[in-house]
Design a protein around this ligand. Structure first.
Ligand code: ADP
Ligand code: MG
Length: 679
């Protein structure tokens, strides 16, 4: 039963089935002191009377208990027969339960009830743990209290030997952590609240410590033992481009990241690097420069984009930038015609193609490389781990991999979910960018927003109007989109204005041709759902209007906003919402209008939504802990991370005496035989 309902298999599981809260039974309340703010109360008094009222479904037992200050009503709807046998008018009882008020009078339904004796006369001297349970377990008599009894029983049988210390003494001292056995005792049966907090902190630290341990071990193991290709030199292709062709100076952040990549690729270990940079921070140039270094060392590179449009855009930009450089760059996507495909595939196989740009078509089995040395994956969140692994297999020694993402990942997430990747950040925008002005408008202000778009179109700019599509199948969302499209059309009639529409129900061809019309400037306004491509670059677009903004998460709003502000012109983002906003939605609008900083927004997003809900990481499990919460326990996380890094740096094989406790624990974890099974 325990097994099925709560996944409790062993004593260890029972120990780790933590109470979700404690009830203070250290004192007895007087009835007169109970008020609407009282949650739980313990009362001692004499039973005045009791009777059974109602029949069948409305049947209930009502009793009255009196102390020196007043009278409280007790009610039972279930187990009436059993309670009836227990009650005796005139006898003293100690009761405990959740206080409610009925017609202004205090009442407790289904109180815990004990005969009041001299022993319990002063109340209990501890905080009583309340355990999570399920309805099914309750039906079998295993309510929270029974689980508590099991736990208490368990503590009578075990000692420090069974729950031995797994953190080194110096760490316990440095972070002022209590011992492990003590922590388990105090989290279940705390002697006071402060001890309970100490216990929680210690166990959270332990949890994060060992999670960090395995993440950092994987990373270090890879760094030490995986063979990597060596890019020995920076050669002529790079130097020539860098000195003569590059259209701008690199920002400091771009330079720094390039150095990090350079160091990795020269080190004979395989690079798996995550490059984060907010929209427009210039990740593509970093990719291009590092691909030139690969080519300088006679290695081939691929640049993968999640969609055809993005692949095409990358190809066009890079081809243009490399027009005076003698290098073979090709484009390969799903729609590359067979007759063009053949020579490209041949060129990949014989090494003639030096840079191959495309969609995931570039890593299909048919594409064979002579010596693939480097792979850049753009807009990471659409590529899974499986695809990364596919790249590794493309060469006998796995190519270096750079994964680029514009979805800022808060530091805490980077430490946990992505902790095994090397990590670079472009935290600086190219100079001269004008910050996007963001405003929040209510629906009734829509005509003014349309007038504003008109002014911008007059200046020769283009605009996006985005509608939410929460679910692909949601009929209402599509209806809203169509209504919206008609409305926009009525403000912007043909033939003076042209509008493209893109959404997920269109065929890929239609979607693409509509998108391209906007990219080339043939249409003035793009009306669409969020299927408008991430990363698409239309520098002439200067207005982003997001309808029903309250339906979007912060990250998504920020991504959409990033579609504008890509040119030299001042750009605007208008968030339109309904008039009634939840506190959360109001907060999101406020954050969006206050900052353009993707990292700040990502932090806030994580705070608001919590670690369980972050995009792309939901299944990873890396973010969800029994006790720790990576948002609220950020400090503990960083302390655990630092101490693990420190230990692994000095004593990778855990040979020093002080680190034996870790080693022993890890070995036990592996064998998992220390706990006898509960049946
Ligand atoms: P993202 O990081 O979003 O992929 P891009 O690589 O598309 O950004 O760069 C956005 C724009 O900024 C491009 O037009 C690019 O040419 C330009 N850019 C990149 N780096 C610099 C720089 N150091 N100075 C000026 N412009 C730059
Ligand atoms: Mg990009």
């Amino acid at each position: 039963m325990l097994r099925k309902e709560l996944h409790i298999f062993t004593f260890k599981d029972l120990l780790e089935h933590f109470p979700h809260r404690h009830i203070d039974k250290t004192h007895v309340d007087t009835i007169v002191s109970l008020n609407h703010n009282t949650e739980y109360a313990q009362v001692a008094g004499i039973l005045l009377d009791f009777e059974i009222l109602g029949t069948q479904r409305s049947k209930r037992l009502v009793a009255h208990l009196k102390d020196q200050t007043g009278i409280i009503e007790l009610v039972w709807f279930q187990g009436i027969g059993w309670v009836e046998k227990l009650l005796q008018v005139g006898k003293a009882y100690l009761i405990f339960g959740k206080v409610g008020f009925f017609m202004g009078k205090p009442q407790i339904a289904h109180p815990d009830l004990e005969v009041y004796t001299t022993q319990n006369a002063t109340g209990k001297s501890y905080l009583e743990p309340i355990y999570p349970t399920t309805e099914k377990l309750k039906a079998k008599g295993l309510h929270a209290k029974a689980i508590g009894n099991l736990t208490q029983e368990l503590f009578k049988q075990i000692s420090e030997k069974d729950v031995f210390e797994n953190l080194p003494e110096n760490i316990l001292q440095q972070y002022k952590l209590i011992g492990r056995f003590q922590a388990y005792q105090q989290i279940h049966l705390p002697t006071n609240m402060s001890n309970f907090h100490q216990a929680t902190r210690r166990l959270k630290f332990e949890e994060l410590f060992f999670a960090q341990f395995s993440i950092q071990l994987i990373k270090l193991g890879r760094q030490q033992f995986s063979r990597g290709l060596v890019f020995e030199k920076v050669g002529e292709l790079f130097t020539n481009f860098y000195e003569n062709e590059m259209p701008f100076q690199l920002t400091g952040a771009q330079k720094r990241v390039l150095k990090e990549i350079r160091k990795d690729t020269a080190s004979a270990r395989q690079m798996n690097r995550l490059l984060q940079g907010d929209v427009g921070s210039g990740k593509t140039m970093v990719a291009l420069l590092s691909m030139l270094i690969a080519a300088d060392n006679n290695f081939q590179s691929v640049l993968m984009a999640p969609t055809e449009i993005l692949a095409q855009q990358h190809f066009n930009t890079i081809k243009e930038q490399l027009k005076n450089i003698d290098i073979n760059v090709q484009l390969l996507t799903g729609s590359t015609k067979a007759k063009n495909r053949k020579p490209i595939l041949a060129g990949c196989a014989d090494g003639a193609v030096q840079i191959l740009i495309g969609t995931h078509a570039v890593i299909e089995d048919k594409v064979i490389f002579k010596n693939l040395g480097y792979a850049v994956v753009d807009e990471q969140h659409k590529f899974g781990v499986a695809q990364r692994a596919k790249i590794w297999k493309k060469n006998s020694i796995p190519p270096h991999v750079l994964v680029m993402t514009a979805t800022p990942i808060p530091r805490t997430l980077a430490l946990t979910a992505y902790g095994d990747l090397d990590y670079s950040i472009i935290d600086e925008l190219p100079p001269g960018r004008q910050p996007i002005t963001t405003v929040h408008r209510f629906e009734n202000g829509r005509p003014q927003v349309m007038d504003f778009i008109k002014e911008q179109l007059k200046l020769g700019r283009q605009a996006y109007v985005i509608y939410p599509l929460i679910e692909e199948s949601s009929k209402m969302d599509y209806e809203n989109l169509m209504k919206g499209f008609e409305e926009v059309k009525s403000f912007f009639p043909e033939p003076k204005y042209w509008i493209s529409m893109v959404h997920g129900k269109q065929t890929p061809d239609l979607k693409e041709s509509n998108m391209i019309k906007f990219v080339t400037g043939d249409t003035h306004i793009l009306v669409g759902t969020t299927v408008i491509e991430v990363g698409v670059n239309v520098p002439n677009a200067s207005v982003m209007v997001i309808e029903s903004s309250e339906k979007f998460g912060l990250s998504q709003l920020h991504q959409l906003r990033g579609r504008v502000g890509r040119g030299a012109e001042k750009s605007y983002c208008v968030l339109i919402t309904g008039n009634k906003l939840s506190a959360d939605a109001r907060e999101r609008m406020k954050i969006m209008t206050e900052t353009n900083d993707g990292f700040k927004i990502a932090e806030k997003d994580l705070e608001i939504r919590g670690p369980g809900e972050m995009e792309g990481t939901r299944q990873s499990g890396a973010l969800l802990f029994k006790l720790a919460n990576i948002v609220t326990d950020k400090n503990i996380l960083e302390a655990a991370r630092d101490s693990v890094a420190n230990i692994l740096e000095k004593d990778f094989e855990l040979n020093t005496p002080e680190n034996q406790v870790i080693k022993n624990y890890l070995q036990l974890q592996k064998s998992k035989t220390q706990w006898s099974k509960i049946s």
